[in-house]
Design a protein around this ligand. Structure first.
Ligand SMILES: CC(=O)SCCNC(=O)CCNC(=O)[C@H](O)C(C)(C)COP(=O)(O)OP(=O)(O)OC[C@H]1O[C@@H](n2cnc3c(N)ncnc32)[C@H](O)[C@@H]1OP(=O)(O)O
Length: 405
């Protein structure tokens, strides 16, 4: 049995908790020189540590962001990151205690939704997070893959210098906007660690920007993995896409056209792309764009169920009453009516019942009520309500986060 306290960390505990996290994720501790550069991106704010005496044994962190929800609204959200427990203190409730403290703090601040990317899909369901957006890993083989002649071709692609990439991409990401449910705003502290480090003067990633009729409207960040060897000297490199965003389909197609035009390349590889990105129909031959995997991408937890349900829109269908159970935030447990004119609490009898993590799965439109019912994750009390819930919650565009954190 371990005796530990969970509390917000202090400024003096930033470095030791950062080191603890890196150890939990199996990456080496940073040197003093690196800490001097990245330390500011690990502020004490929004972090709970678990401590034995004064020694940290666990950490959970988050940052404030905004999340696009179905219907186009962008709502405040907490992005959970930096979760780790010291290897000799796992499986004795340390994470559970930190998650409970963090969720209580989100609820006290009135944050409607929390999101995260999970290192393992088995961890977060018990804390009310549901797998809310999937991402696919694609591989487009070269040199045969080419874009169909009808794919619109307008604008120009230009490569940026490392200095330009650091300077220009944050504003371009903001200009592109959060146009898909699941996309999040990237706060200033996200960029040094997740972008500048890769694309800046010491990084090994390349950046290309697309300019359309109204100026810059898309960018791609990618790395080049050389596959040449003495045994196969002619084998081309693989372009590994790290970040690709475009304001509209034409900008995104132009960036793919650019990637497929780079010489001495045998394949373009991209992880965590939207599941409905129409790569196959952009190409003359579907088979040159293979989906290697479809994985959980964004996990979502309604923190304030009433506010979360009211934030998104619903398609036209008869209303349904959903009973939600939330073990960790019991104030959420209750009945909610959801219809084309919005969502609110109700005393009416429930047509459907589910736990808050399953509501997280339904929320961005990734999973249907039918799928959740078939999997036993949604209890059906009125058979007609499942089809109505399918219609209400469905979105035309698949949800996608597109930001690693
Ligand atoms: C958002 C992010 O940052 S993702 C990164 C998450 N971090 C990592 O993966 C780093 C390596 N792993 C770790 O540091 C730890 O194992 C953690 C943080 C995943 C879990 O911490 P723990 O303190 O062991 O969790 P805790 O003891 O509270 O476990 C609660 C329950 O979850 C289960 N659980 C916890 N981690 C896992 C896991 N990796 N796989 C399966 N079950 C797990 C426990 O068995 C326990 O189940 P129970 O309630 O039925 O008994």
């Amino acid at each position: 049995m371990t005796d530990f306290d969970v509390r917000p960390i202090t400024d003096d505990e930033r470095r030791s908790t950062f080191d603890l996290l890196r150890r939990a994720l199996h990456v080496p501790r940073v040197t003093g020189e690196v800490w001097a550069r990245v330390g500011e991106s690990w502020p004490a704010a929004r972090k709970f540590g678990a401590f034995e005496g004064g020694t940290p044994i666990g950490i959970v962190s988050s940052f404030d962001t905004e999340l696009a929800v179905p219907g186009g609204r962008v709502v405040p959200a907490a992005a959970v990151e930096g979760v780790g427990v010291r290897a000799d203190r796992t499986r004795r409730g340390v994470l559970s205690a930190m998650m409970a403290a963090q969720l209580a703090e989100f609820a006290a601040r009135g944050v409607p939704l929390a999101v995260l990317h999970a290192s393992e899909p088995t961890i977060y369901g018990r804390f009310g997070y549901g797998s809310a957006a999937l991402g696919k890993t694609v591989r487009v083989t070269r040199p045969a893959a080419r874009l169909h002649e009808r794919v619109p071709a307008a604008g120009e692609v230009r490569m940026l210098t490392p200095e330009e990439a650091v300077r220009e991409i944050p504003a371009l990401y903001r200009r592109i906007g959060l146009h898909r449910p699941g996309m999040i705003a990237r706060p200033p502290r996200w960029w040094p660690i997740s972008h500048d480090r890769h694309v800046g003067p010491d990084g090994d990633h390349l950046v290309a920007v697309h300019s359309g009729p109204d100026g810059d409207d898309g960018f791609v960040v990618y790395a080049t993995i050389s596959h040449r060897s003495p045994e196969s000297p002619d084998r081309g490199a693989v372009l590994d896409v790290h970040d690709l965003h475009g304001a509209d389909p034409a900008a995104r197609a132009a960036l793919w056209r650019f990637l497929l035009s780079v010489d001495l390349v045998s394949a373009v590889h991209a992880r965590h792309r939207p599941v409905d990105e129409p790569l196959a129909v952009l190409l003359t031959d579907h088979r040159h764009a293979g989906t290697l995997a479809v994985e959980d991408d964004l996990w979502l937890r309604p923190v304030d169920v009433a506010a979360a349900l009211a934030a998104r829109t619903y398609r036209a269908a008869g209303p349904v009453v959903v009973a939600v159970t939330d073990r960790l935030l019991p104030a959420n447990t209750g009945h909610y009516e959801v219809g084309p004119d919005g969502a609110r609490r109700t005393d009416a009898a429930a047509d459907l019942a589910l736990d808050v993590d399953a509501l997280g799965m339904l929320y961005l439109g990734q999973w249907t009520a039918t799928a959740l019912a078939e999997a036993g994750r949604l209890e059906v009390r009125d058979a007609g309500a499942v089809a109505r819930a399918d219609e209400l919650f469905t979105t035309v565009t698949a949800p996608w986060c597109g930001t690693h954190f």
